[in-house]
Design a protein around this ligand. Sequence first.
Ligand SMILES: Nc1nc2c(ncn2[C@@H]2O[C@H](COP(=O)(O)OP(=O)(O)O)[C@@H](O)[C@H]2O)c(=O)[nH]1
Ligand SMILES: [Mg+2]
Length: 299
Amino acid sequence: MTRCATVALVGRPNAGKSTLMNAILGMHLSIVTNKPQTTRKRVLGIHTEGDTQLIFLDTPGLLAPKYRMQKHMMSYVDESLDAADIICIIVDVKKAFERGNVIDPMWSEEITKRKTPVILVLNKMDMLGVPKEAMVLIEQARLSGLFTQAIAISAKDNSFVVDLIAMLSELAPENPFEYDSEIVSDQTERFFVAEFIREAIFKQFSEEIPYAADVSITDFKEREEGTKGKWYIAADIVVERENQKAILIGAKGSALKQVGEASRATIEAHLGKPVFLELYVKVRNDWRNDRTQLASLGY
Ligand SMILES: Nc1nc2c(ncn2[C@@H]2O[C@H](COP(=O)(O)OP(=O)(O)O)[C@@H](O)[C@H]2O)c(=O)[nH]1
Ligand SMILES: [Mg+2]
């Protein structure tokens, strides 16, 4: 008998959804930065252990959409919630404690309208000076009747993550595996490469640039094992305005070079191959609201 469940990871921006996904998978699959709205698409990660397969869907943080792009982001959340056998609501425990309420209108309606079991995951326990403070929130969660289970973890420190996995495994329905047990994701290398470049941009620039930028892989040539040639990858970094392009490129190309170096390191670690990476910056006026541009960027 095997068990298999699709698990949606949802919650506000910056709650630690992608960090948790990576902690569960034991690898850097979903990009993480200290800025909200880093994750823009659905990222699928598969955890297979013994006779249980858990298929995680990491999602963009819940928000009221202002751009067409953000509408797409929220549709990935909806689709993931619809596909889920189990929903994990990830909450920043410190923020919930400061707010004095663990129930958040941002997601409470979404989850009550579904019959799917819901686990409340209080994350960032390492940030709570007094861990007991979380008890109040767990009690609130219990009284609300909204959750099947509640658990307090730290995704960053990988504490109680195995307990969450055990909790999910117990709730997983009896099903055949959906994926081969060796597979970690069904998404393409191209997708992850574009994500790693975006991650480097998020880390390197402050406020405006990360949100105005996206990445499109224009060339991806795998080279045979044993040949000296590196894999060749070319990508366009799309921004909204000329001045953003100038900032991204920097004096004598120094900023873009830094993006290239940082992302190449992550890409090489992910692919396990040496890579020749070429980056170009393109201006695409108002792409975040443009249906055609969004489609070409995979939204
Ligand atoms: N202290 C602490 N920080 C965390 C924890 N989990 C995530 N973070 C940080 O919170 C920020 C947002 O994390 P991320 O996984 O991108 O959040 P997401 O937007 O929900 O996917 C990053 O700076 C993470 O390093 C945690 O358990 N403890
Ligand atoms: Mg994320």
